[in-house]
Structures are given as structure tokens and as C-alpha cells.
Design a protein around this ligand. Sequence first.
Ligand code: NAP
Length: 256
Amino acid sequence: MKLGFVGVGKIATSVIEGIFKAKINVKEMILSPRNKKNSKSLKNKFKKIKIAKSNQEVLDKSNWIVLSVTPKVGKQILGKLKFRKNHTVLNFISTIHNQELKKIIYPAKQIFKIAPLPMIKYNLGPIIIYPKNKIVEKFFNMLGKVIATNNEKENKKLWVLTSFMATYLEIYNTAHKWFVKRGINENKSKEYINHLFKALNNELLKNSHYSTDKMIKEFQTKGGINAELLKRLKKSGIFKNLNNGFDKIYNRIKKS
Ligand SMILES: NC(=O)c1ccc[n+]([C@@H]2O[C@H](COP(=O)([O-])OP(=O)(O)OC[C@H]3O[C@@H](n4cnc5c(N)ncnc54)[C@H](OP(=O)(O)O)[C@@H]3O)[C@@H](O)[C@H]2O)c1
């Protein structure tokens, strides 16, 4: 496989790191010149990487093409590039869907919408793939947990939760800052919260068939401090707002 990247930003860099970590057999990797700093630093790290002089050169020298630019840039540049019929295209662009892309990059037809997340660099995290395809799924199964679907509506719904990462981290950050403000040492604070989150995630993973509603009840003592905090937060509307936020993101993804 000759794998080309158009756009070498945050997520492409994580995917490339993940591919080399997983020791996937890629014959050659061709990167677009932008972002220069990222391309150069990846080339210095991994021998198989070459930097092309233009986006067109990436296409000409690769058979699998990753599109990893922002939607705005994608709309500006993709129509001007010459794709081949036999290109396999991995579309990372959140709000350009395969149907729209098919018209822009004709005659390329083998298009897969992929949602990798930054944790892919450690070969961790969910990776949404639409539509299903054995070869594409086999490739990404080495990089994380593939969640594949042939249903476009389902694909769009699954993408909504890719918006949740920064919010999850902000919950962590709020707890950490609360500790530090009250004089807990930074390392001790992170040590405590890391182990708390790890253990709770483990609980969820180990009991994935168990009702989470029941689990939440079991993690509270009547009148205890878990019950109090949850009650206060529910009253503040935080979970209703989270739900509304997911709806808004879904509308944005649906409309695009
Ligand atoms: N970050 C995530 O977790 C994530 C997850 C799933 C999907 N995605 C999607 O992946 C895409 C990229 O996201 P990102 O977070 O990696 O954004 P990013 O860091 O901004 O990366 C975009 C890259 O595109 C480059 N670029 C700009 N103009 C270009 C051009 N004309 N030709 C080639 N490259 C060009 C930029 O280079 P310069 O720096 O030189 O401008 C930048 O390095 C987005 O569509 C996003 O929705 C992201």
C-alpha cells in the first residue's frame, strides 16, 4: 500500500504515529507539504515517509489517499485535484459527507468516511467507518476499536460523540483545578483523578452489559455525598444541556 496524506495536521499526525506504532506494513507514505513543520518532523522520525511537492503529487504517488484538511480547505482544494478511478479515499473531514465528496473527486468512487481520534497514536479509541469494508476495517482494527456501519444515518449519529472529547477533559480539568486551588499538589491531584477515571472506566468496560442507570444508583449512598453532588448537578440542568448540545451537533452534521 502507498498511503498519501492531504493535510498533515493534528489528527493526521496521530494516525501516522499510530500506523508506525502498530507496525503496519505500508510500502511508502507520502505527505502533503502542509503543515511543513509536522511533515518534516514525521519524515525525520520515520524512514518510509516522503514529502511531496504538492497535493497533486500525493495523489499521483499513492493508491490510498487520506483527506485530513478542514472542511473549508477541502471545499477550496479538492475539486482542483485529479483523482483516479482506482484511488481508495479515506475521508476524515467531519462535515463533508461521502455523497458530496463523490461528486467533487470523480472518478474516485471508493470512498470511506473515517473518524479517528487523537488516541489512535497509542492504538486506542473507537474508529467509525462508513460504509463497511473488510480491507479498510482490517487496516483500522490494528489502530483501535472499529465501529463500522452501512447505515448513513447511524454514521452521522455516531460522529456526534466525537465532539465529546474536550468536554470530558474539561470535567477532569475542573476537578484538578479545584484540588490545586485548595492546596493539593499538582502531581497528587492528577494521580488521584487519573486512578479514579481509570477505575470507573474499567467498571464500565467490565460491566458493559449491565444497566448504567442501575450502576449510577449503586455508586450512591442514600443521603451520601455522591447522591448530593449528582442531585445538585441535575438541578443545575447540566445533563439536559449536554443532551441539547448533542442534538445541536447532530443537526450541524446532518445539515452539512
Ligand atoms: N482532531 C480530531 O480529533 C479529528 C477527529 C476526526 C476527524 N477530524 C477531521 O480531520 C480534519 C483535520 O482535523 P485536524 O484536527 O487535524 O485539523 P488541523 O490540525 O487544522 O489540520 C489541517 C491541516 O491541513 C493543512 N492544510 C491547510 N491548507 C492546506 C492545503 N491547501 N493543502 C494541504 N493541506 C492544507 C493545515 O496546514 P497549515 O497548518 O499549514 O495551515 C493543517 O496542518 C478536519 O476535517 C476534522 O474535522 C479531526
